[in-house]
Design a binder for this molecule. Structure first.
Ligand SMILES: [Zn+2]
Length: 273
């Protein structure tokens, strides 16, 4: 089986009382949380007339860890952005005393609005993050959104230097798993804590192969490719995780699982990873 990049997926959310593809509702609720939490916001660029927002906690404190959470690279993986919104709705601004939080809430708005994987130009926003002798560079398969992110490499590098979590879903799965990056031979507490946060909601994937990667105990470990997360780890992020919730399961459960894995990621900032 493989994923059709233009197959449209849409689910109803009881939590948000809307369809998963309701992009204007998403942006308006995000605006509310930005104001309530006093987040700083910068428009990195535009995709199909939608803003590509980068948001940060109000003050960046020198002693805090710098953690980046991104979501919505693939349009049909709706529970990432909605989960991030749910996280913000539950968040107390006292968290910002402990972490310098940065967010890319919705990287591929045209895919999200259409409920399909690629952007409206037919490009995959999570491929094409190249490094040539350590210098960031787009390639032929780099998307519009990818080019915008690459133009802001220094900003994103600083924002993620203590960790990057990027929230994806897998429409072919009923089980959950994670891609993780740690400076180690084998997965450690970082990998297992995030996997277990998702494992509270869904069965953990059995050992075997997913997308030609070896998965063991629900973890695909230190797999480097041209994805955004792999790029940031190569650019110095200490740890990285790409979480995968199973889109064959109920949308609201996936939203709660995404908020939970983000919380677990941030909780690790209180003790050294
Ligand atoms: Zn994805």
């Amino acid at each position: 089986m493989s994923r059709n990049p233009f197959e449209c997926h849409s689910w109803h959310s009881e939590i948000f009382q809307c369809k998963s593809t309701d992009v204007s509702h998403f942006y308006s609720l995000l605006e509310q949380e930005k104001v309530r939490l006093g987040l700083n916001r910068m428009k990195l660029g535009e995709a199909g007339g939608y803003p590509l927002w980068f948001m940060q906690s109000p003050e960046q404190n020198a002693g805090n860890h710098n953690m980046l959470i991104s979501a919505g690279f693939h349009g049909e993986e709706a529970a990432g952005p909605w989960g991030l919104l749910h996280l913000l709705q539950q968040m107390d601004s006292s968290l910002f005393e402990q972490v310098n939080l940065s967010l890319l809430p919705l990287v591929n708005p045209t895919g999200f609005a259409n409920g399909h994987r690629f952007n409206e130009l037919g490009e995959n926003p999570n491929r094409g993050f190249y490094l040539e002798s350590g210098v960031p560079k787009p390639g032929e398969d780099t998307s519009l959104e990818g080019r915008i992110l690459l133009e802001h490499t220094e900003l994103l590098q600083a924002a993620s230097c203590d960790g990057i979590l990027t929230c994806h879903e897998d429409v072919l799965q009923t089980d959950t798993y994670v891609y993780t990056f740690e400076p180690a031979e084998t997965p450690g507490a970082f990998s297992h804590t995030l996997r277990d946060a998702l494992g509270e909601f869904f069965p953990i994937a059995k050992d075997g192969s997913i997308d030609d990667c070896s998965v063991q105990d629900g973890v695909i470990f230190n797999h480097f490719d041209t994805s955004f997360e792999s790029f940031l780890v190569q650019q110095g992020a200490r740890v990285g995780c790409c979480s995968e919730t199973p889109a064959q399961q109920n949308l609201d459960q996936r939203i709660l699982a995404n908020a939970s894995v983000m919380n677990a990621f941030l909780a690790m900032t209180k003790t050294p990873v």
